[in-house]
Design a protein around this ligand. Structure first.
Ligand SMILES: Cc1cc2nc3c(=O)[nH]c(=O)nc-3n(C[C@H](O)[C@H](O)[C@H](O)COP(=O)(O)O)c2cc1C
Length: 379
């Protein structure tokens, strides 16, 4: 049972706080086998917004407190490593404009003065590969039992994989082999940094969820390439945050809460005027990625993690019966950190999560939490 990465918002000035330690300790105490510390940028330019954690030598000691607390509860910890590419509203990049596979309009960055992005050059691509390797080495030093490479959700490696956002004509674009070249180079460099035997999970998209995006035949092909390249497990997800943000969650679209939580006035106005039209809602279903994930299951032998709308012990049993090796849960464990222990004791156990997605709208407001716990404490 894996706690999947859900951005905690518990790294003021990019430094992991006591709240982050307690958050993951409680999950391990609640029976989770492997808890994933969410989105750690591999470099300053890999941050979507400025408050995100960046892997630097100074981050190792505070992260060691997180892994120590998890280990004392008998759990294991994984660190999600990512780079946002052009999906950023971080005002303090090393270049004036963000970089990605191909030039693009970055609506998300307008208020931060980053409205367009440029294509990466060879040196920038080489730097990203190096940054992933260095960050993974530091994660191991911080006591993590695994790392998870973020290849999905419209971040840099997913931007490279997506045909609509990777229009390069060089060796880093084109057919799947070209578009998968950067994720595979990152995996190879990370393997070199952490050594053989250290678990590397990859979080991949089954589908991006929009026309021109990554589709199932390519995601199956990607899974086969990652298996051949020595990834230890795949966490199967989907969606492209800048275009289909609720494809990855399903359930209620919390537009009013998103408007309320937005700090930039310009972005608030844009959400008010266009939000209802551009942010699509997708109905919630239990185990919503199962049909597509089955296709990957048929194509590879490697361990696979089923994710998305797993809320009950019955769901977990079904996933195991379908041949998946692990399940990962996000919102169900935000709502009930002790759900795994309850599942162990009670065959009828299920999460109280209602997929209202307020935790998504408010994730940046001082620590991820479940709205069913009542009003947020002041301050
Ligand atoms: C508040 C919140 C924050 C999230 N942050 C991340 C993240 O940092 N990295 C990531 O890969 N996925 C993130 N996700 C997506 C989850 O990992 C997961 O893919 C999604 O919630 C579907 O799983 P679930 O139905 O079990 O919640 C986040 C989800 C939530 C609810």
């Amino acid at each position: 049972m894996i706690k999947t990465a859900t951005y905690e918002g518990m790294c003021p000035w990019g430094v992991p706080s006591d709240a982050l330690v307690e958050h993951h300790r409680a999950l391990a105490a609640g029976g989770v086998g492997l808890t994933t510390v969410a989105y750690c940028a591999v470099s300053g330019d890999g941050r979507t917004f400025a408050e995100q954690m960046v892997m630097r030598p100074e981050t190792v000691a505070p992260l060691r407190r997180v892994t120590g607390a998890v280990h004392r509860e008998g759990g294991a910890a994984s660190l999600q490593l990512g780079h946002c590419g052009w999906f950023t509203k971080n005002g303090s990049l090393s270049t004036w404009l963000p970089r990605g596979p191909s030039p693009v309009v970055n609506q998300y960055g307008i208020s931060a003065g980053k409205p367009i992005a440029l294509a990466m050059g060879e040196a920038e691509i080489a730097q990203v590969i190096e940054d992933f390797g260095r960050a993974a080495g530091l994660a191991r030093e911080a006591g993590f039992d695994a790392v998870e490479l973020h290849l999905g959700h419209g971040y840099l490696l997913s931007q490279f994989l997506c045909p609509a956002t990777n229009r390069r004509r060089d060796a880093w674009g084109g057919e799947l082999d070209g578009r998968a070249r950067l994720p595979l180079a990152v995996l190879a460099r990370v393997r070199e940094a952490v050594g053989p035997g250290f678990p590397i999970l990859c979080k991949t998209n089954l589908r991006d969820g929009f026309r021109g995006g990554l589709e199932l035949p390519d995601s199956v092909g990607l899974a086969q390439r990652l298996e051949a390249a020595g990834a230890d497990a795949l966490v199967l997800s989907g969606g492209f945050t800048s275009r289909t943000p609720f494809y990855l969650f399903r359930g209620r679209r919390p537009l009013a809460e998103m408007i309320e939580a937005e700090k930039s006035r310009l972005q608030k106005l844009a959400l008010r005027v266009f939000g209802g039209r551009v942010i699509r809602e997708y109905p919630f279903e239990e185990m919503f990625f199962l049909p597509e994930a089955r296709e990957v299951r048929k194509a590879v032998r490697m361990p696979l993690v089923l994710l998305g709308g797993i809320v009950s012990r019955a769901n977990v049993e079904r996933a195991m019966a379908e041949g998946f090796d692990f399940v990962a849960l996000g919102r169900a464990l935000i709502a009930d950190p002790d759900l795994v222990n309850r599942m162990r004791a009670d065959a009828a156990a299920r999460s109280r999560c209602t997929h209202c997605n307020v935790c998504v709208a408010e994730m940046d407001l001082g620590g991820v939490r479940c709205v069913l716990d009542g009003p947020r404490a002041a301050g």
